[in-house]
Design a binder for this molecule. Structure first.
Ligand code: FAD
Length: 443
């Protein structure tokens, strides 16, 4: 272990791992240290049990703008390019193709899907196919089985369906960061970064065990990135809404992913049905929306840090008030809050969500999986008095803070590229653009 590094990465989820991979393979430094507070990689939101395991492309995410869909497509393609470089036996269990559609139920949702299908999105995704009841029944028989024949349904079927074990992808990025010429690249587990202080030529990083010096520091600390940013005086105009998500499971009733129509401007997906890459015998329905006062799910010791990050000042409260004036957000929160209540919650979830996708499901077919599901750190932008759609990156003097709500696992590799270019410019590293582009696609 060294004392001085070019770059210290704080956090061993998928964001930190993708960064380590990118810096290690495509820049000319090997002086990189990744510090993780738990005893292994991807213990929190990047773990497969805590997210929906979707490689997001932007084709069936009806709440995305065209620009967001275009950007998401490019980031997903980068992940595919990475996976395609892996030998077949290594890729298995990390990323697998699966059927994927967005289902519209009733006239309003069908109209929304038809509008999307006739928009520029179709040019971006020429493989997207509009399908009616008959084709839906062939692709997903349980969507039409026992459905009221009078109920109208319509779907957009994607040719870009993939499920990903983001925990394993995290491990794969790290595994491919070492090798020849990496004598000074290290990972430190069971070590918590407590404080980072500006020094003459970079930063001093204080952990609960050691102290290090680094020319550049990158926070890839998930929900904790904004906590550190604020404690260092950055972005006082941002706050965080911890949006938790729970799942219900049933025996496998769907062939692939079935998303639902979500209104534009809502930063999280509507409840959907997904296969589980780690357990082909089940279907997962979720994630619900909960608002835990925590930065880490099921970890009350993080509540105080959440309160500090949230910052109960006048701009935050007035932003939250304005966000809650949106009746769609209010309706989602009201409905979802019930879903974690034992008994009644399961009935409501079945009635409002799961049976809309699979009408033959019964109460006894569902199990509440209360021990899975992570936190999406949704950013409250106090200047706009609104929730931001997607990730937030705060860049400072030789420092970056990555705040990563969904689809943060999909976009980790692209986020790492942006960071690597910024770091290279800031501290004079060489970034090998040619090598990067030939491996992962155009920059
Ligand atoms: C319910 C749900 C569904 C989702 N579905 C999808 C999906 O289908 N597709 C998708 O692309 N994204 C999805 N996401 C989002 C995705 O899971 C996250 O964006 C992504 O995992 C974030 O990765 P990360 O590495 O930034 O954060 P994390 O995985 O949270 O990792 C942060 C790491 O930093 C460490 N850390 C924090 N503080 C310190 C410290 N002081 N010192 C040392 N280490 C520290 C933590 O221990 C942790 O290991 C979903 C999220 C949720 C909650």
């Amino acid at each position: 272990m060294d004392k001085n590094y070019d770059i210290i990465i704080v956090g061993g989820g998928i964001t930190g791992a993708a960064l380590l991979y990118t810096l290690s393979n495509y820049t000319n430094t090997d002086r990189i240290l990744l510090i993780e507070k738990y005893d292994a990689l991807a213990k929190l939101n990047s773990n497969s049990i805590n997210n929906s395991q979707t490689l997001h492309f932007g084709d069936i995410e009806t709440n995305y703008t065209y620009e967001k869909a275009k950007e998401t497509k490019a980031t997903a393609e980068r992940v595919l390019n990475y996976a395609n470089m892996l030998p077949k036996n290594k890729r298995k269990g990390i990323l697998e193709s699966c059927q994927k559609m967005v289902l519209g139920v009733g006239e309003e949702e069908i109209e929304a899907l038809e509008k999307i299908y006739s928009s520029k999105i179709k040019e971006l995704f020429p493989g997207l196919k509009a399908i009616g009841k008959k084709e839906i029944s062939t692709a997903e028989p349980n969507i039409t089985y026992k459905r009221d024949p009078k109920e109208k349904i319509f779907a957009l079927l994607s040719d870009k369906g993939y499920m990903v074990d983001y925990g394993k992808l995290t491990l794969s990025y790290v595994e491919n960061s070492f090798g020849k010429g990496k004598a000074h690249t290290h990972i430190l587990f069971d070590t918590t970064v407590k404080k980072v202080k500006k020094s003459q030529d970079g930063y001093t990083v204080f952990t609960d065990k050691h102290t290090f010096n680094s020319r550049f520091v990158i926070f890839a600390s998930g929900t904790y990135s904004l906590f550190f940013a604020k404690s260092m005086g950055y972005d006082k105009n941002l706050s965080i809404l911890s949006v938790g998500g729970n799942f219900y499971t049933s025996k496998r009733v769907l062939n692939g992913k079935v998303y639902r129509v979500q209104k534009g401007g809502i930063p999280f997906a509507a409840i959907h049905g997904d296969p589980d890459i780690t357990n082909p015998a089940i279907t997962r329905f979720g994630p619900t929306v909960t608002l835990p006062i925590q930065l880490e799910r099921r970890h009350n010791g993080t509540s105080l840090d959440y309160i500090r990050t949230f910052d109960f000042d006048a701009p935050t409260i007035s932003s939250l008030f304005k966000i809650l004036l949106n009746k769609d957000i209010r309706r989602i929160i009201r409905k979802n809050m019930l879903y974690s209540v034992p008994g009644i919650g399961q009935y409501q979830f079945l009635k409002n969500e799961a049976s809309v996708i699979v009408p033959s499901l019964r109460y006894s077919n569902l199990t509440f999986a209360g021990n899975i599901g992570g936190i999406r750190p949704q950013i409250i932008d106090e200047n706009k008095r609104a929730l931001s759609l997607g990730a937030s990156k705060i860049k400072g003097d030789s420092i970056i803070f990555n705040v990563t709500p969904s689809p943060g696992a999909t976009s980790a590799l692209s986020s790492a590229l942006e960071d690597a270019l910024y770091v290279s410019k800031s501290i004079g590293l060489k970034f090998n653009k040619e090598k990067y582009e030939s491996a992962l696609g155009p920059i």
